[in-house]
Design a binder for this molecule. Structure first.
Ligand code: SF4
Length: 223
């Protein structure tokens, strides 16, 4: 059943609503950035693969030793999967992640001379790299606003804010790309991820301390 939305959240007014959301989040999180530690694009790609179903903090505990050992795509391509599995075990889903990382390393060596490509099509053709991971790499490492990263936080917070009514990440991303200024796409993802971790948490959002509580249709406190 569809719920009736306040006029502010109907399509004609959504862009203005989104602008207000961006303005307030920009004051709260002006420097929002990727929390995964990395010093190059390959490291970011590996860290992003490891971050699936895992916290960034946990990934950041594992990657320093990993990045010291595996320095180039060829190192991952030649890795012994059983050894790599042990090295990344604590991030969960380590067998699939190992397959993705080794496969990505091999594809980079075979198709890209060991370098990380910088387009959505080339990145998503690599093993283990879907649109979300590609968006992280393009936005954070290459500085390209090609899309909006939609993770569990962006999905939840965007729906609570009525920026989308979709549940599918691809459709949520499409809605956000229509509403947000392109130069804000990457920053918006990082800011909303922070907001989702600190304030608009899954179980009981901390609406009383939220900078969006007077414009959010899901706010638990009166405007
Ligand atoms: S007001 Fe509450 S539900 Fe809305 S964005 Fe803020 S924390 Fe989330």
């Amino acid at each position: 059943m569809k719920t009736l939305l306040h006029p502010r959240f109907r399509p004609a007014h959504l862009k203005a609503h989104a602008r207000t959301v961006v303005t307030r989040l920009a004051k709260a999180y002006p420097q929002a950035n990727c929390a995964l530690q990395h010093t190059n694009g390959l490291e970011l790609a590996v860290a992003t693969i490891l971050s699936a179903q895992c916290t960034d903090a946990r990934v950041n505990l594992v990657t320093p030793a990993l990045f010291a050992k595996y320095r180039a795509a060829g190192d991952y391509a030649a890795a012994d999967p059983r050894v790599l599995e042990r090295e990344i075990q604590s991030t969960g889903f380590f067998r699939n992640k190992t397959k993705s990382i080794v496969g990505m390393g091999q594809a980079l060596v075979e198709r890209h001379g060991g370098e990380l490509p910088s387009t959505m099509d080339e990145l998503t053709a690599l093993p283990g790299i879907g649109r979300k991971t590609a968006n992280v790499i393009l936005g954070t490492w290459f500085g390209k606003n090609d899309g909006v990263v939609v993770d569990t936080h962006v999905r939840r917070v965007s729906r609570r804010l009525a920026l989308t009514r979709e549940t599918d990440p691809v459709k949520i991303e499409r809605d956000l790309m229509q509403l947000l200024p392109r130069e804000r796409w990457t920053w918006f993802s990082h800011a909303v991820i922070l907001h989702g971790r600190r304030v608009c948490v899954a179980r009981r959002p901390r609406c009383e301390e939220c900078v969006l509580n007077t414009i959010c249709p899901s706010s638990l406190v009166a405007p």
